[in-house]
Design a protein around this ligand. Structure first.
Ligand SMILES: [Zn+2]
Length: 438
């Protein structure tokens, strides 16, 4: 395969008809189809009608049951499109620009300095570049946090995008309500959307509470960064450390520091915490990134909590910062839905979820490749409340598919995780939007 001849264009074979649906039918054949819904299918194929999968099985059976032209992908593995559960495409242009720092607080200051040099035009270019890269590496859906919701209308996403407005009111002159209203004004023109109060140390309780209220009312999703670094733990639990000092120096009140862990503050223990009512009601709507730093009392809290949020682990960003080991097994045994994300390229090298799955596998070799693939397909689909139409190859599901070359390895899931180049082919919502030319 000639990788120099990559085609970057958006290739739409399916023309939407006037009512917004699609009229074309096709049968996609591959050496192996990994549905995730059941065992991999040798000489498998998927029948697609418009933007939906209508049938899946062995090629001979599918061919007799369905109409449409055959697209034969040959010696390829066909799988559901990957879903990135946590990303900031704003910072794609910062790849390699911020070397690992001595502390998390130093990194915050370094990224702030880098951001000060970027214009809205730079951010639009950065987001577009990020989308192209994510698409090339088989990502067909993404939860993307943007600090600039007003720029969304200038971007045409080639994949399914959940836009989250990242909100910080640490230095804001407006009230939390005004900040959220302005973000919704920009987000309202896109769908689906959500809100992302950045973190407990940059977003006020009022802001968290307001986002929780909106989520209940509008049925949207929420995401935040929680318990990411040792310094965040030190700040809230001990009222000390570099993050505490930095945050204090820029004028944030510190009356919530020196008492509870970040998770304690977020989930709302002890019951007197005013945050409890704001967040507690909306817990299942939260997609929580990181959760790297948890104490035994935090685990008690998680065990006692009836409603569960979703957790995103970003293995390479985790390694870049040198956080405490991620407690995957403990969180999984408590029933948390754990997804993978790339985070931004200000703390990672690529937007490939294959790279992310391999990094995870290196740290957790005992976890099966099938389970790892689920963390980039079924699990994030569930976190995004799209577990019915996305994340698997099943009749009735959205036609989001990607193909990677078959290798000599016998385990299909292992072969998928080993993919270290652009995918051979991909389809999003029934449109073929990426292929490597022969
Ligand atoms: Zn992040």
């Amino acid at each position: 395969m000639d990788h120099s001849a990559q085609r970057h264009g958006y290739k739409a074979y399916l023309t939407p008809v006037r009512d917004g649906r699609y009229s074309s039918k096709m049968i996609i054949r591959a050496r192996i189809v990994v549905t995730i819904d059941g065992a991999p299918i040798e000489n498998g194929s998927v029948a697609v009608s418009g933007n939906r999968i209508v049938d899946v099985g062995r090629f001979d059976d599918i061919k007799t049951r369905n109409a449409g032209d055959t697209v034969d992908l040959g010696e390829q593995l066909l799988l559901p499109g990957l879903i990135n559960a946590h990303c900031h495409l704003d910072y794609t242009c910062l790849r390699g620009k911020i070397p690992p720092q001595k502390s998390f607080t130093d990194w915050i200051q370094a990224i702030n300095a880098a951001k000060a040099k970027l214009s809205p035009k730079d951010y639009v270019a950065s987001i577009n570049e990020g989308f192209e890269e994510a698409k090339r590496f088989g990502t067909t859906a993404i939860a993307n946090l943007t600090a600039f919701p007003e720029l969304i209308s200038q971007v045409q996403s080639p994949i399914r995008t959940w836009w989250f407005a990242e909100l910080i009111d640490i230095r804001a002159l407006e009230s939390a309500n005004e900040l959220v209203d302005a973000a919704i004004e920009s987000l309202g023109r896109t769908a689906p959307w959500g809100l992302a109060p950045h973190a407990l140390f940059t977003a006020s309780k009022d802001l968290f509470r307001r986002c929780g209220e909106i989520a209940q009312r509008e049925h949207i999703l929420l995401t935040t960064h929680l318990a990411e670094s040792r310094e965040e733990m030190e700040m809230f639990r001990d009222g000390a450390g570099p993050l505490y000092e930095f945050i204090k120096s820029i004028g944030r009140p510190t009356n919530d520091c020196g008492n509870e862990t970040p998770l304690g503050l977020f989930v709302g223990a002890p019951p007197s915490t005013s945050l409890r009512t704001g967040l507690g009601r909306a817990l299942p709507r939260w997609i929580v990134a990181h959760l790297n730093e948890l104490t035994e009392s935090d685990f008690d809290l998680l065990e006692r909590s009836n409603s569960k949020f979703h957790v995103v682990h970003c293995p390479r960003s985790h390694k870049y910062f040198g956080h405490s080991p991620f407690t995957f097994e403990r969180l999984r045994s408590l029933g948390f839905n754990i997804c993978l994300g790339t985070d931004s390229l200000a703390s990672n090298e690529s937007l490939s979820l294959f790279d992310e799955m391999r990094a995870f596998q290196k740290n957790f070799p005992q976890v099966s490749p099938e389970e790892i693939l689920r963390m980039a397909t079924v699990n994030p689909a569930r976190a995004l409340r799209y577990e019915n139409p996305l994340g698997q190859i099943r009749p009735g599901f959205g036609a989001d598919l990607v193909a990677v070359p078959c290798s000599t390895s016998t385990d299909e899931f292992e072969q998928i995780i080993a993919c270290d180049a652009a995918v051979s082919w991909s389809m999003v919502n029934g449109n073929i939007n990426w292929m490597l030319e022969e």
